[in-house]
Structures are given as C-alpha cells and as structure tokens.
Design a protein around this ligand. Structure first.
Ligand SMILES: [Zn+2]
Length: 346
C-alpha cells in the first residue's frame, strides 16, 4: 500500500460503537468462502455488514441476543450499493470485536425491514433480498428437489398478492409449513429472481415469515407462470460430456489424466486432476404433445442428475439413446428454451 493511501486510512476513526442486528447464518460464497451478514446500528443509521470470519458469527449472535453495546475496531468501509449515501461495513480477520466499554447515548432498536409493495419489487433488479407483506392466493402441491449438496428437500410454488399486484413465490423446506392458504404474512429477506423476464420470489435460509392481520382487498391478477409442464417426444438429440474446473466451473477440455495436477486456462487455478468433476449437457429437438413444430431445448447436468433414470448414466451415448426411446413429461421455461425438470418417462 502506498504511503499516501495508508495515511488516509489511519485518519478514519478506528473504532465504531453501536448495536448489532439480524446476524445471518453462515453462508458460502461463489468462491467457497464462508461469510455472513448483519446490520450495525450507530447513533444515526443502520449499515449493512458482511463478515468473512465465521468464528465471529457466534460472538455477534450472542451480542445481538444480549443487546450489548458493541465496539468494532478496524472495520473496512465501502460505499453502499443498496443504500445511497451510506457505507457498508466489512469485518475481516483484522477486525477486533468487543463489548463497548462505555454506555452508549442511544438505545438498541431493531431496524424495521422496509416492506415494499409487489409492484415496487417487480421494478427492481433481480438477485437482491426484499421484504413484502402479502396474502396467499394459491399453492401447488409440494415437490421434492435434490439440491447441490445432494440433500433432497421440499419445494412449493405459491401465488401471493397485495393491494398492488401478485407474484409467484417459491417456498423451501421449513418455510412451507409456516404458510397457509388465504392467510397474510410479512416475508422478510426473500430473494428476487428473474427467469425468462418473469420476476418471482424465493425463500432463503435467512428468510423470516411472520403471520399478520388480514391486509384487506388484494389485486389478484393472473401471474405469469414461471414454468410450463409439457409432454415431449424427442426427435433428435446431442449429448456432450465436459470436465469442469472446480473453481470457475468452465470446461477445461481434454487433459492427461496421468498428470496429477492441471492449471485451468480460464481462471489460472491449479488443481488436482482427481478432483475434477465431469458434467453432461444435452441439446434436443422435440415436439410438444399436439404441435407439429420442432423446438430446440437444452437440458443441463443438474436436470439429468435430478432424474432417477438418467442419474447414474455416465456416457453421452446412453443418455442420447435413453432420451430418444421415451415420451417425457417435463417442466420447461415459458420461452421453451430450457428443460427445468424431467418429471416422468414412459
Ligand atoms: Zn477455472
């Protein structure tokens, strides 16, 4: 670091005091780093906190429970992307956390989640957390889905509505039993998704669902479905096998499996060849039940791994033969470009 930069950092107050709120469970970033989020309350505002030291999770959770005044020393500040004019705080291994030595001249106050209307939510960019208050208008039967870790969990699609609009919500696992048809709830920290230009919401591990009084008349417009169920006959198919880099997930191509390590040409990370994962993907031309036209759809590795019959197949030839031999009931994107799930084969 240059001398000038260093001087400027040292001018900043090295300690901040306040209260800690909304400590999230530990999560895994795309690069496999553990982190968690929280909110820090100082005398005039609430700042978003991201912490890359998993050991601090328990300490901060306890401080939150006890409503202790907290002192953070050596926290990094960056301009907030979510809250204009404010800073986000980054807690690293250089940060020291302690109980503030003096009483603070402001009180512990739980930040209010800003509840947005569904119309406001639909106008936002996807991949951020939002809070909405809405009524459950319809619910589909829960289905089972295998997630990345291999665990099988329940998933349920619902339609929720408020006075302004309606939207589809996907509820996972423990959240399903917290929701009942025709009741109203605030959904705090649900994630906004965008699939084929259709916005939808999904619950996350840190989503909170609270029952509230009836919210009155709602606008139950027909929601754009985020998927279609169709029966297809495969006309022709091409399946390929790839070897994926464990870091950036790109196809590393062919390599000598007798060599113990390999440097990925995309992300430059060297890794053990024994740990490289192979992945399949298929492209099909198919006819939907009553239509004569051919549609071109892709099937990802996750979809193939998720379906019992194709789960164990390693060879692209076997997959191709299998797909040609069956009539498939599938879930696909509304644009008919991707298969999201193979439901049944006959
Ligand atoms: Zn790579």
């Amino acid at each position: 670091m240059s001398a000038a930069k260093k001087a400027r950092v040292e001018e900043e107050p090295s300690e901040i005091m306040g209260y800690i709120h909304n400590v999230s469970p530990i999560k895994l970033s795309r690069n496999n780093n553990k982190y968690f989020n929280a909110v820090f309350q100082d005398h005039e505002k609430y700042s978003d906190v991201v912490c890359f030291v998993p050991e601090y999770n328990q300490i901060l959770t306890e401080m939150q429970k006890a409503k202790s005044p907290v002192c953070l020393a050596k926290v990094d500040k960056s301009i907030s992307t979510r809250k204009p004019g404010l800073y986000d705080l980054k807690v690293t291994s250089a940060t020291r956390i302690s109980i503030a030595s003096r009483q603070l001249d402001f009180r512990y106050e739980q930040p209010e989640d800003k509840v947005l209307t569904i119309t406001e939510v639909k106008a936002l960019q996807a991949f951020q957390k939002v809070s909405v208050k809405a009524k459950i208008m319809s619910q589909n039967d829960p289905t089972l889905q295998t997630i990345k870790s291999g665990e099988v969990i329940q998933k349920q699609y619902l339609t929720i509505a408020d006075a302004t609009n309606s939207i589809q919500l996907c509820a996972w696992d423990k959240h399903i039993e917290q929701i009942q048809l025709a009741k109203c709830y605030t959904f705090c920290n649900v994630s906004l998704r965008n699939f084929d230009n259709v916005k939808s919401l999904t619950t996350c591990p840190d989503t909170r669902i609270d029952l509230v009084d009836d919210i009155g008349p709602v606008k139950n417009v027909e929601v754009e479905s985020i998927s279609l169920i169709e029966t297809i006959t495969v006309d022709s198919v091409s399946c390929v096998s790839m070897t994926l880099c464990g870091v950036c997930n790109k196809d590393v191509g062919t390599y000598n499996s007798n060599v113990p390590t390999l440097k990925c040409k995309f992300c430059n990370m060297r890794q053990n060849t024994s740990k490289l994962q192979s992945s399949l993907k298929a492209q099909i031309n198919c006819k939907l039940s009553d239509e004569p036209t051919l549609h071109k759809l892709s099937i990802s590795n996750a979809v193939l791994k998720n379906f019992t019959d194709t789960n164990k197949m390693q060879s692209p030839d076997d997959i191709e033969d299998y797909l040609l031999s069956k009539k498939l009931k599938v879930e696909m994107t509304p644009s008919k470009s991707q298969i999201l799930r193979i439901i049944q084969a006959v």
